[in-house]
Design a protein around this ligand. Structure first.
Ligand SMILES: [Zn+2]
Length: 249
C-alpha cells in the first residue's frame, strides 16, 4: 500500500467527497496502483483529467503511485499554461465527433443542428456506447461518471449542465468548438450530412409559398426530410445567436 497526498484543482473537486475538496489530503492506494486507478477510486473519471503532476513532474496515467508522493491533478483546459508539460493523453482530444449516452437525446439533436457528427440512440447500452466510441474514435458525452470510468474509454466529457441549452454551451466551451459550428449541414434525425438541393427540387418537396420565398434548401437523403431557413432555423435562432457571440464573428 502507498499513502500519497492528492490535490485536485478547479471543477475536478465536484467529483470528490466534500471533505476532500480544494485541499490536499492523504489517500491510501492499493499496492502497485496506477495514478489513473487512484484518481478514479476517488470518484474522478479519467476523461476529465488533462494533467497530473507527481512531485512536480508531469506523469501519465500509467504512473505507479509511491509512498509519500505529492500528486496534483488538473482538469482539461485549465487556464494554467501547461504547454511545456506532458499531458496525460498522447493524441489531442480535438476530435469533434461524438456519441451521446442514452440520456442526452436533446443535446445530441442540438449538436447535429450545429453540424457535429453525433451518434445517439435511446436504446444504446453503456457497453455499446463504449465500444462504438473506441471503434470510431468518438468523444463520449455522458452525465454518468461510471460510464466514463470504463477501461476502454479514452475521450469523454462529463456533462454537468442539466438543461439541454446549457449543455450545448458547456460542450462548445469546454472543447473549444464555437468556431467549428456549421449550422444546418446535418440531419437532426439521422445525423447524415445534408445535401443542398435546387429550388426546382425543393418545389416538389415543400409548399409552393415556401419554395417561392426561400433560396436555401437542403435535404437528407436518408430520411428524405427537407430543411429550409424557415423551418428549424428560426426555432433555434436563439441558440445560434449565442454560439455566434462566442465565436466572435
Ligand atoms: Zn435525415
Amino acid at each position: 500500500m502507498a499513502v500519497a497526498e492528492f490535490r485536485f484543482y478547479e471543477e475536478l473537486n465536484d467529483f470528490l467527497a466534500p471533505e476532500r475538496r480544494k485541499r490536499a489530503f492523504e489517500h491510501a492506494c492499493a499496492r502497485r496502483a496506477t495514478v489513473k486507478n487512484a484518481i478514479e477510486s476517488l470518484g474522478v473519471p479519467h476523461t476529465e483529467v488533462e494533467l497530473i503532476l507527481a512531485n512536480r513532474q508531469s506523469v501519465d496515467f500509467s504512473y505507479i503511485v509511491r509512498d509519500g508522493d505529492h500528486i496534483s491533478v488538473y482538469p482539461q483546459f485549465e487556464a494554467l499554461d501547461v504547454t511545456p508539460l506532458l499531458r496525460v493523453r498522447g493524441r489531442p482530444l480535438r476530435n469533434t465527433c461524438f456519441i451521446a449516452d442514452s440520456h442526452l437525446g436533446a443535446l445530441a439533436k442540438y449538436l447535429r443542428i450545429l453540424g457535429f457528427d453525433t451518434l445517439y440512440r435511446n436504446d444504446f447500452s453503456d457497453r455499446e456506447v463504449v465500444e462504438i466510441a473506441a471503434a470510431e474514435r468518438r468523444v463520449i458525452l455522458s452525465r454518468d461518471r461510471g460510464l466514463l470510468m470504463h477501461r476502454a474509454v479514452t475521450h469523454g466529457c462529463f456533462v454537468r449542465a442539466v438543461r439541454p441549452l446549457a449543455q450545448i454551451e458547456e460542450v462548445l466551451d469546454r472543447l473549444d468548438l464555437h468556431r467549428a459550428v456549421q449550422p444546418f449541414t446535418r440531419c437532426l434525425l439521422c445525423n447524415q450530412p445534408l445535401e443542398v438541393i435546387s429550388r426546382e427540387e425543393a418545389s416538389r418537396r415543400v409548399p409552393p409559398e415556401t419554395a417561392q420565398y426561400y433560396d436555401d434548401f437542403r435535404a437528407c437523403r436518408t430520411c428524405n426530410r427537407t430543411y429550409w431557413p424557415g423551418s428549424h432555423y428560426r426555432r433555434l435562432s436563439a441558440l445560434l445567436h449565442r454560439t455566434a457571440n462566442h465565436s466572435g464573428t
